[in-house]
Write a protein that binds this ligand. Structure first.
Ligand SMILES: [Zn+2]
Length: 384
């Protein structure tokens, strides 16, 4: 048995009252919370800082880890996409595998215990199947041509059956790369109690493509030599165009949201009550040199979660680093609120409330020790 306390204990939802002590069983699993008065003080391990449950990374691409330090910064999403596609497949399987192992260890060392991870291929499946962390794989589908929808769904299902030991779902990549027909097929094929995700409004060009059919998305398709003459703009923003083609019955994690307006958020909330707004600020600075309007999302009661995106567009895989970027750039004074973004909100989004994001009796959801000073969090250590 271990008896653990600290200056403050955050249980995934709120700070516990002063004098609370967390009791762990022989296996390191959470047993109960007791008062320090009810136990011999000599048995209690006292830590300096804030104790939290393990963190949840709601958006990652483990399979892109070998692109760390390979892509130019601040070239916009089209520049980023072009360079990523040019370099992605020019590495050996050994290098790709080693990079994933290093990235996994980095997430673990940064206190992450659960991950929502995007996959276009099988490369990362075995590492996620064997991992100490809890994974949900989003098998990402791409096809703007509506005639390809059936074929792409079949390909996604073929990939999905190769996942042995963790949950998965078929998801659309982004509004500008997936037809409404394919979105509808994805919604039709998704299982109960699963989670969908989509990269949403990551650039101004994405909205422009839907509003007027112009802008840098056309440059991307021209570069790829893909004819999209069939495409007709809707005259509405991307989110307001595609969202009704997805389902309101499943959790949906909208990733980035850097160019989502108040009207977009209101529209989205009118469509679904199961939305999560995932912010990856380091990737936004890396690619577009911009940040999402966090206070707009907070004012609209959006459920916020955090993601690292991949090492192709980030310097580290730490959701605490992501939070620190937001803390530096916005007035975020409610510590309980921002810690929920790192823990219980992410677990809820990934349908993992039974194993992560809070202290759960009989489970090891991780215990981190962090420190807050001058509006910046520092990661001190994993206690469990
Ligand atoms: Zn991403």
């Amino acid at each position: 048995m271990r008896f653990i306390t600290a200056n403050q204990i955050f249980d995934g939802n709120k700070f516990l009252s002063k004098g609370s002590v967390i009791v762990l069983d022989e296996k390191g699993c959470y047993s109960e919370t007791i008062s320090s008065d009810s136990i011999d003080a000599g048995k209690i391990e006292v830590f300096d800082g804030i104790i939290t449950p393990g963190f949840v990374n709601a958006h990652c691409h483990l399979e892109l880890s070998h692109l760390y330090n390979q892509i130019s910064q601040k070239t916009g999403f089209v520049g980023f996409a072009k360079e990523l596609m040019a370099k992605r497949f020019s590495f050996s399987q050994e290098i790709i595998a080693e990079a994933m192992l290093i990235a996994e260890a980095q997430m673990w060392d940064n206190g992450i215990v659960a991950v929502g991870d995007i996959s276009n291929a099988v490369d990362s499946f075995q590492y996620k199947d064997q991992s100490e962390m809890y994974y949900h794989t989003f098998v990402e589908l791409i096809a703007l041509n509506p005639q390809l929808a059936d074929k792409v769904i079949a390909g996604g299902k073929e990939l999905q059956v190769k996942i042995k030991n963790h949950s998965s779902s078929l998801v659309p990549h982004a509004p500008y790369s997936v037809s409404l027909e394919l979105m509808q097929q994805i919604a039709k094929h998704c299982q109960e109690n699963t989670t969908l995700t989509i990269h949403n409004q990551e650039s101004e060009s994405e909205n422009e493509f839907f509003m007027r059919g112009t802008g840098r998305v056309l440059e991307l398709y021209a570069h790829l030599n893909i004819d999209i003459s069939y495409y007709k703009p809707s005259g509405k923003t991307s989110l307001q165009t595609y969202l009704p083609s997805l389902t309101s019955d499943r959790n949906l994690i909208l990733v980035h949201n850097t160019f989502s307006s108040k009207e977009d958020v209101e529209f989205a909330h009118g469509f679904s009550k199961k939305l999560f707004w995932c912010l990856c600020p380091n990737a936004n600075l890396f690619i577009e040199n911009t940040l999402p309007d966090v206070n707009l999302l907070r004012a609209q009661n959006c459920k916020i979660v955090l993601g690292t995106d991949s090492l192709a567009s980030n310097h580290s895989l730490s959701v605490l680093d992501e939070l620190n970027v937001l803390m530096r750039n916005f007035e975020l004074n409610d510590t309980e609120e921002v810690l929920r973004w790192l823990t219980s909100n992410g677990a809820e989004a990934l349908e993992m409330r039974d194993k992560a994001g809070q202290f759960i009796r009989g489970k090891n959801a991780g215990i981190n020790l962090i420190h807050l000073e001058n509006k910046q969090f520092a990661f001190k250590r994993k206690i469990v």
